[in-house]
Ligand binder design. Structure first.
Ligand code: SF4
Length: 935
């Protein structure tokens, strides 16, 4: 019965604003309710393409982030030793003068002595452009220690990748394989997608050492051994080849499977594609029995065999080389089962299920489309096997090849951007490689770099190395140590700046990345290096600037702190030039708007960077007379043009706001976004929704919108000729060859087909002594370290345990909450145990970034995060053990430089009953607390 005394729909506030969440990286749309200018309630924006109204616990807790006691309040200047946290508050004028004078001097002498590294920054199109215009090659963001293997593996194989680059076809997939995905990446979209799959009865298989989050609702959980996913996938490929379950039509039409590969060991072009005099790649036509242009229409190219070239040498189709490799018994399920921790029968069954769904349950949509060759197809046919992968497979030193192996598997069964499979999110696909090589080697007359800092190498000629083949960049990205380091190696920045001293780097500018704590591979070593002096008493890293909204552990190690706003107090831009929010249904972007006025003397970092660029007179930020072009980030978002007509926001362009993608700046653009609830999106017509890599209408439309420069077919790289070029250099061919110490490594890892090798650190560790794998997971309620200043989220999670399998616990006589020591080759941590079943029996794990330094984040010295929380990072190292010659390589994937967080192996030991009930190591409290400063 209705109760007329209860007002069911009373307004929560007197004002509503639409903006974009930033409590994690997913960029959901939110509706913020305010009363008397104060934040009352946050709910999901039901119209937003990312979350369709869904809001997670973190998103709703944004209200407590906006009033967090850990917010920085004013610029700070260090007055005590680095690390002590002794600061005085200064005015912005002084802070900006210090930074401008310092950077102007560096730019005039050696701009590469300025290094800018940003964390989970969503304004990389601005920060990267600033670095390029400044003229420093030493710029990177978070990707190098998160998931560059996933990005590079995909971009160099299919011109797209998982997460921000692609998504499963949730509406049509019948079988879904989920590899190594934690709960924080693409959080709400995946939850929505999994719900769709479940409601449709699709089967979900989770391949993950740990059954948490998404894996908990999977129909099948494969508790794989960390670092062996690539081997598992190659065994699946072995089975598919064995049963002939390969989509040859897809391979020939859309990949380079039929391209002939020169088979002439020792020659300078061995392993490259055979070409005719006009430079066209050759195939062998089975009908005409002759060599033909591989791109010609109407040919019947061979996928197997060996053929004689005009010069008398032989060549084989790329597919033939692939088939020979993975048909080998060493990739059989029986050969890999023990290593992967997965029964051979299960691998064979899963391969059988993939083949059954792909080839016997193919789906066909009644939709005509035309391919780039001009063939019109009456329907869109697809193999409804979808795959998704993320950080779990990425964070290994063999992760690049694992990611590539998954994409090769997709290509073999014809499951790339077809109905039911994995699909590109706009603006992907991109050509392979996705752009020109990295900038850094050459400056223009105005001091800017001639190319974007984080570019895409297509061969050794694009590397940033000196005459001896050694790295030019601080972090060694784009060197022979990480040729495809397309996101940089942020985890090496402090270590290398310390090693090189002032001759290498003068000023290290960090933004929004807790590099001295959970974003360091080893916080103890990193903080030591930040505070280390040379013989004359000067810091080895002369000057450290840190910009952040909160008093993280890194604040104490800065010489100058620039306080940022929270995400609810500034404009921001979720740009197609950066990390877009497009979907398989079309491109999209969004903005943040200030819904609160800062109650502190803080400034949006992006405004500060634009101000700084103007003060420094950087090209593209000042006019010919040296006057500032932009007075704020909001101004830049509307008026900056990267190319004619292409700016940070793609929606509502042109004088009247009707142009999309390309168009003149629209002075009312931000207002149009506000009226549209904070976002813009474009729905692709039905004929453009699939086969985007070869869909004539899609590619033409994408070119018109400025998403790509060419509307030519994007041929998928089953075989990577780009990788082979690096390999040839390692064999001594060409003018650029790796230093002797790296030749064997480059030759091995730049294999044109996916390979599997044991995680590198494991091969240098005594596995008898450290037999257990140790990894981290992300809880749904926290994002990196961000949630530890949030009163609501702290109630969900403020301490962490080391989780281990019940059988392993029994062997060590452990029960829940027992204190244990976890030891690796790098050191020890002390923590408490938690027993469970859903974990690989030889793997221990914990939640990431819960442990905190006492006093940081405005936490009390006895806060559970400090006393009962711990970081596994304390026993990881950014360096591998020294080789025979004393050289210490970075603990990274040797192709991309991805931090190999998950290669760690450990042993555990129960503590004595009288042990102090407190996690270790425990650092002394930081003296600085914004809470105390405010009081
Ligand atoms: S998933 Fe991330 S972006 Fe979306 S509501 Fe949650 S915290 Fe915000």
């Amino acid at each position: 019965m209705a109760n007329d005394k209860i007002a069911y729909s009373s307004p929560i506030g007197d004002e509503v604003a639409y903006t974009t969440c930033y409590m994690c990286a997913c960029r959901c749309g939110i509706k913020v309710h305010l009363k008397d200018g104060k934040l009352r309630y946050i709910e999901g924006n039901r119209d937003h393409p990312v979350n369709r109204g869904v809001l997670c616990g973190k998103g709703s807790a944004g209200i407590m982030t906006a009033i967090s006691p850990a917010r920085l309040r004013k610029p700070l200047k260090r007055v005590g030793p680095r690390g002590a946290g002794e600061f005085i508050e200064i005015e912005w004028d002084e802070a900006m003068t210090v930074v401008t004078d310092r950077l102007a001097r560096i730019r005039a002498t050696d701009p590469h002595k300025f290094a800018l590294f940003t964390g989970r920054d969503q304004s990389q199109s601005l920060t990267g452009h600033f670095a390029r215009m400044f003229g420093t090659m030493n710029f990177a963001a978070h990707g190098g220690f998160c998931s560059v293997n996933m990005a590079a593996g995909g971009l160099y194989s299919v011109g797209g990748a998982f997460w921000e680059f692609g998504e499963p076809d949730w509406d049509h997939a019948k079988l879904f394989l989920l590899f190594g995905v934690a709960e924080d990446h693409d959080s709400n979209p995946i939850k929505l997608g999994l719900a769709t799959l479940k409601s449709r009865g699709a089967k979900i298989v989770s391949i993950n050492p740990i059954r948490t989050g998404y894996s908990a609702i999977a129909d099948e959980f494969v508790a794989i051994t960390p670092g062996t996913d690539g081997l598992f996938v190659m065994a699946l490929i072995h089975c598919l080849l064995e049963s002939g379950s390969v989509d040859t039509e897809f391979l020939i039409r859309y990949t380079n499977a039929h391209y002939l590969v020169i088979d002439a060991p020792g020659d300078a072009d061995n392993g490259l594609f055979a070409r005719d005099e006009a430079g066209r790649v050759l195939a062998f036509d089975r009908g005409a029995q002759e060599l033909v242009d591989a791109a010609a229409l109407g040919i019947d190219p061979a996928l197997l065999g060996s053929f004689t070239l005009a010069d008398g040498r032989t060549a084989r189709p790329a597919f033939a080389i692939l088939a020979e490799r993975y048909s080998n018994a060493s990739y059989s399920p029986e050969a890999v089962a023990a290593r992967c921790g997965v029964a051979a029968a299960d691998i064979r069954r899963i391969a059988g299920e993939i083949a059954e769904v792909a080839f016997n349950q193919a789906i066909s949509l009644d939709q005509q489309w035309t391919d780039t060759a001009g063939r019109t197809h009456p329907t869109m046919t697809g193999r409804p096997v979808a795959m998704h992968a993320m950080r779990g497979i990425s964070a290994h030193s063999n992760g690049f090849h694992t990611c590539r192996a998954i994409h090769v598997l997709q290509m073999l069964i014809g499951a790339v951007d077809t109905p039911g499979s994995w699909r590109y999110k706009s603006p992907y696909p991109k050509p392979i490689p996705a752009g020109p090589g990295p900038g850094g080697a050459v400056h223009d007359a105005d001091g800017s770099l001639t190319a974007t800092v984080l570019g895409f190498p297509s061969g050794p000629e694009d590397l940033l190395v000196d005459d001896d083949g050694e790295a030019l960049r601080l972090d060694h990205a784009f060197s022979w140590e990480a040729p495809l380091g397309i996101h940089g190696l942020m985890h090496m920045a402090i270590a290398e700046a310390h090693a090189g001293g002032p001759e290498r780097i003068d000023t290290l500018f960090l933004y929004m990345s807790n590099m001295a704590w959970n974003s360091a591979m080893n916080p103890g070593e990193t903080t030591r290096m930040l505070a280390d002096h040379d013989g004359a008493g000067n810091y080895r890293i002369p000057f450290v600037i840190y910009a952040d909204a909160f008093a993280s552990e890194t604040v104490a190690y800065a010489d100058l702190v620039l306080p940022d706003t929270t995400y609810l107090e500034r404009y921001d831009c979720i740009s197609l030039l950066d990390r877009p929010i497009g979907s398989a249904h079309g491109p999209a972007d969004a903005i943040r708007v200030p819904v609160l006025k800062p109650d502190r003397d803080v400034r949006p970092f992006q405004d500060v960077l634009i101000d700084l660029a103007g003060r420094l007179g950087l090209p593209h930020f000042v006019d010919a007379e040296g006057r500032k072009l932009y007075d704020s980030y909001a101004d830049y978002m509307v008026n900056h043009q990267r190319k004619p007509g292409v700016g940070p926001l793609a929606g509502f362009r042109g004088a009247d706001g009707t142009a999309i993608g390309k168009g003149a700046p629209n002075p009312d653009q931000l207002q149009r976004y506000v009226e549209n609830k904070g976002f813009w999106r474009h729905h692709l017509p039905a004929e453009q929704l699939y086969y985007k890599h070869a869909n004539r209408a899609y590619l033409a439309g994408a070119k018109e919108m400025g998403l790509i420069d060419s509307d030519a077919q994007i041929v998928l790289h089953l075989y990577s000729e780009i990788l082979q070029k690096f390999r040839l250099a390692a064999e001594g061919h060409g003018s650029r060859v790796p230093p002797e110490r790296l030749r064997a490594q480059v030759r091995t890892v730049m294999d044109p087909l996916p390979i599997w090798y044991p995680p590198v650190e494991e091969t240098m560790t005594d596995l008898q002594r450290f037999p257990l794998h140790a990894i981290t997971q992300r809880p749904m309620a926290m994002y990196h370290s961000w949630g530890s200043q949030n009163a609501w989220l702290r109630q969900i999670l403020s301490e962490n345990r080391l989780y281990l399998h019940r059988d392993l616990a029994a062997r060590h006589d452990l029960v829940d909450d027992d204190w244990i020591e976890v030891e690796s080759r790098n050191g020890r941590v002390k923590c408490q145990a938690r027993v469970m079943e859903g974990v690989n029996p030889n793997t221990v794990w914990t939640w990431n970034a819960i442990g905190k330094r006492t006093g940081a984040w405005a936490l009390a010295n006895d806060a559970p995060e400090a006393r009962r929380g711990f970081l596994l990072n304390h026993i990881i190292s950014e360096y591998l053990p020294a080789d025979g010659a004393g050289h210490r390589a970075s603990n990274s994937d040797p192709v991309t430089g991805q931090a190999a967080w998950f290669d760690l192996t450990v042993r555990i030991e129960k503590c004595a009953p009288d042990t102090l009930e407190e996690t270790q190591p425990m650092m002394p409290p930081s003296a600085y607390s914004p809470k105390a400063a405010a009081e």
